[in-house]
Design a protein around this ligand. Structure first.
Ligand code: HEM
Length: 463
């Protein structure tokens, strides 16, 4: 064999030799079974993947932004390209975000991409959660994964909140200040809790470094750990899947329609990987289009934080609007002082901590409220679950009305009236509409059903 031929032969053998090398060390052959793991071919199951991919985009774009962002409120002279600020002494954090937006190549695009990925992250988590809720995928044995998922949803909102504050512009820091006041309003421990989270009074020189630390390290690490746990539980328990109409052939064996131990679907490799790659690139494409065409949070227009002023319009992100609605609707006469211990319970505490706390408690506890002693491996049709679907619809209506209340100033403007005129209607709507809509859904879905219809698709556990 000529030298050239043996070189060619070596090149052709290289992949198999590399495989053998890795196989000896990592026992790749044993992992091949995992590559055959089946994924149910349900489009709505891709929502969780969209959330996952948004997190990856957030991490990558965040690394870029972190190279230029300065987590400091010390004054520096602005020398960038926004004319109206030239020569002014401005907070360093604000200046660095102006620089990212207007002076660093691709900076504006990456900043917008990070912003839209954050919004899509929260939106896809919400939709994924609704999919899991309405199909009953949280039931025994998946309660733990619902709880881990709920923790992830809280962390995602925490990440968005801490990031919102970082540019230290007038608009965002006023909205972030509401969070400080809420934390401060917690009886007994509020003062210290607010100071720990915000680095002293708000805003102080330690606020931005503290929120930055939470935003780029603490919360992402917790999300990473939560995601690893979420995926590990998912792989261990397998996905739920749609009920089968009859017995089916899976590979070499015939599967009983009630056998939840066998998943019928696409093998992880190469089919599901290909589907996931398409979802990844579609997510990336959607975010690129949004970042290319839709501007975000125009800090040059808002200007730097001004502790002496209050902007005309204060708006949190849309996913905090329901919480802001509680704050706006609760009348001040609800606040009271517990006499003997002299503890003051303010409406800020009731609207900003107690009510949202109850909402989150209900979310975390849901699989135990709708508890099933038998294991269920198939999804259910929401139309077959009257009271659970009715509860879900009532919850959605409740959050939507609370969110509209968060924008009561805009509503009042549209109607040509004042916020104090629309608030009583919003309070009534918040109390009545969820119960009414839930009642209607329940009535419509239960018509013609017998109690034994429920839980039809439950499969007894093997053990
Ligand atoms: C960072 C946020 C989250 C990510 C990235 C994520 C990702 C995923 C993925 C990729 C799956 C498998 C595919 C699917 O069913 O969609 C899944 C399943 C699941 N997730 Fe999440 N999730 C998140 C948050 C949540 C939340 C907020 C909940 C509920 C409160 C939740 C509950 C569940 C449950 C119970 C399953 C198993 C569903 C089944 O077997 O059908 N997840 N998650």
């Amino acid at each position: 064999m000529s030298r050239l031929d043996s070189l060619r032969q070596g090149a052709t053998d290289a992949p198999s030799r590399a495989y053998d090398w890795a196989d000896q060390r990592f026992e790749l052959d044993n992992s091949r079974n995992a590559l055959g793991k089946a994924f149910p071919a349900e489009d709505s199951f891709l929502l969780g993947e969209v959330a996952l991919f948004c997190f990856i985009v957030l991490a990558l774009t965040g690394i870029f932004l972190g190279m230029f962002f300065e987590p400091s409120t010390s004054s520096v002279t602005y020398e960038g390209s926004v004319e109206k600020f030239q020569g002014q002494e401005l907070p360093e954090a604000f200046v660095s975000v102006l620089q990212i937006t207007y002076d660093i190549p691709y900076g504006m695009f990456i900043r917008r991409m990070h912003h839209w990925a954050a919004h899509l992250f929260v939106a896809s988590i919400g939709l994924h959660m609704l999919r899991v809720f309405f199909t009953g995928a949280y039931r025994n044995p998946r309660e733990a994964n619902w709880v881990v998922g709920s923790g992830l949803a809280v962390l995602a909102m925490g990440a968005a909140y801490t990031g919102y504050a970082l540019p230290f512009d007038e608009f965002a820091s006023t909205a972030t200040g509401i969070g400080f006041n809420i934390a401060n309003s917690i009886p007994v421990v509020g003062g210290i809790a607010a100071k720990v989270m915000f680095g002293g009074e708000f805003p102080s020189s330690a606020t931005i470094p503290r929120l930055y630390f939470l935003h780029v390290l603490v919360i992402p690490v917790l999300i990473g750990v939560g995601l690893a746990l979420h995926m590990a539980i998912l792989i261990r328990q397998k996905h739920t899947e749609a009920p089968r109409d009859g017995d089916v052939e899976s590979g070499r064996k015939s599967v009983d329609q009630d056998d939840g131990d066998v998943i019928i679907g696409l093998p992880a490799f190469p089919n599901q990987v290909a589907v996931s790659a398409v979802v990844f690139f579609l997510t990336l494409a959607t975010l690129s289009v949004l970042a290319g065409f839709l501007p975000v949070h125009n800090i040059a227009e808002y200007g730097p934080n001004d502790p002496a002023g209050t902007p005309e319009l204060i708006m949190p992100d849309w996913f905090f609007m329901w919480l802001y609605g509680f704050l706006k609707l609760l009348p001040t006469w609800l606040s009271f002082t517990i006499p003997v211990v002299d503890i003051h319970v303010s409406t800020e505490f009731l609207g900003g901590v107690v009510l949202p706390g109850l909402v989150f408690l209900a979310v975390f506890a849901w699989p135990f409220i709708d508890y099933h002693s038998q294991q269920t491996h198939f999804t259910s049709d929401p139309l077959e679950r009257p009271w659970q679907t009715a509860t879900g619809v009532a919850a959605i209506v409740f959050i939507m009305i609370a969110s509209i209340a968060g924008m009561n100033n805009i509503l009042a403007e549209v109607l040509g009236t004042t916020t104090s005129a629309v608030n009583p209607f919003l309070i009534v709507a918040l109390l009545v509409a969820p119960a009414a809509s839930g009642g209607i859904v329940y009535r419509v879905l239960s018509d013609g059903r017998t109690p034994s219809d429920e839980g039809q698709q439950e499969v007894p556990s093997d053990d």
